[in-house]
Design a protein around this ligand. Sequence first.
Ligand SMILES: *Cc1c(COP(=O)(O)O)cnc(C)c1O
Length: 397
Amino acid sequence: MPGFELFGDKERKQVQDVLDSGVLMRYGFDGMRNGHWKARELETALSQKMMVKHTHLVSSGTAALTVALASAGIGAGDEVIMPTFTFVASFESILALGAIPILVDVDDTLTLEPKAVEAAITERTKVVMPVHMCGSMADLDKLQAICKKHNLLLLEDACQAIGGTYQGKPLGSIGDLGCFSFDYVKTITCGEGGAVITNNEAFYENSHQYSDHGHDHIGSDRGAEQHPFLGYNYRISELNAAVGLAQIERLDEFIAVQKRNYTVLRDALSQIPEIVFRRVPEGGEENYSFLNFFLPSKEITQKAHKSLGANGVDGCFYWFDNNWHYYRKWEHLIEPKSLGKLPQDVLDSLPDYSKVNFSTSDQWVGRNISCLIKLGWIEEEVHERAKKMVEAIKRVI
Ligand SMILES: *Cc1c(COP(=O)(O)O)cnc(C)c1O
């Protein structure tokens, strides 16, 4: 998945433009910037690529989620439905706004289970936030129908799935709002960065204002701008945007390389009858950043994961035991522990996650192995890796 693997002259040239002008900030300094507006250009490129009306860049994927929620007016007391298997950024962004993260089971897609989503809806629910983990998507048709029925917003966290599609549409572009991360290990990197995409004019206007202290961005004199509402600083720098501008041009190339490598590994693993691959909802196409599969039991999966490592196969994850991606290890959320006191309503309303039954998630995540697909592998290397993977897994089955 990592775009950082394939750095080149295009990235260097883009960054050099910014250094030569000396304007590292995305707003203002019109006369000094030699016509370079890297953040704006990347926003235009992303809107085209993602087939949406609006893109607003921010400083990270976490910032993108926070800004997206804020842009839709989500705040204190609102409930946001999110999966048990995701990155910690999901609940961080929700809590940052004083809203309540409502965790819901995942199924064999490794994303939100639609029935569990519907069961979790209350009068306070405002948003359903599927997370397209490891390059593949939630059942967006079903989730969209649920959102429509209950008048909820659909916010796609596509941070790990850029370049994937659903019914021919780019992931991230299907919900009311979509978010990307361009941190150092994502498919496309800016070093640090993120984006909010939407077709909703008001959400877009709110996004760019909220992420720049509430500046209204009207006129060319920054000092004269008004601040219609409170905001924060989630701005991206021109340096980061410049890197992304070179990278986004290479998205199709990156996805093609990932697909080639993924296919070799998947074909090899298909020879093992006990292996079941992750379900991709009908009409979906992954971005091939990870190969995900299930083994018959948790015990076998744990052994297989160890065996892969011992056989020299790096980059395979057992998320069930992972500190960052699965609810079991989120004791800072479960307790919850924060530096300052959380709002009383959050403390009162947050479910006791040490007691909630997520056995469906445990069933699937406990039997899942997830292997990172690298861009830099040469062909012989992938075939060698495939052989080693099959050997390592057969040894424990
Ligand atoms: C990386 C990631 C984020 C957060 O992105 P940052 O840019 O690292 O803040 C959010 N959600 C998911 C699923 C991610 O993988």
